[in-house]
Design a protein around this ligand. Sequence first.
Ligand SMILES: *[C@@H]1O[C@H](CO)[C@@H](O)[C@H](O)[C@H]1NC(C)=O
Length: 155
Amino acid sequence: MLWIFRYFLVCVSFTSLVTAGDQCRIEINIRGMALKGFVFKRMTVAAPHICDFLCEREITCQSYNFNRKEQICELNNRTKDARPENFRSDPAWFYIRRLSGRAPLGSIPELPARSCQEIKANEGKDTASNKYWLDPSGTGKEFWFTVICIWKVNL
Ligand SMILES: *[C@@H]1O[C@H](CO)[C@@H](O)[C@H](O)[C@H]1NC(C)=O
């Protein structure tokens, strides 16, 4: 019963979002925070939506930091969920996870994960057991390999 109620709530909010904005994307802008240490591209842009556009053009982009004062766009190859310890308070910035067209961590050789646990953290608890690209040492291409990450299904 609780499950049905929750499903209903999700549907209602989803429908109102679709009719309101004519799109299904939900982006949660987290003010005063930035993900440190996973920036693979950094540039000055004219407006925040350009940062969004630049992130969507990069296959490895998982999230971005935006500096509102200096209009700096930083593209990250991780989300805060994968690296909560690197998610730091910084008043000049905001953080957004990419939701549209994002490649799941470890799903492509360009974006290997450090571990199966990191994939789980990045993708959420419903992540399917599958073959993934891993680079456990974080040193680069020559050590990449694919593994089968198997997670226990919680029923
Ligand atoms: C992610 O970005 C960091 C920081 O620039 C870099 O050292 C690392 O190699 C990148 N990892 C991947 C998988 O692109």
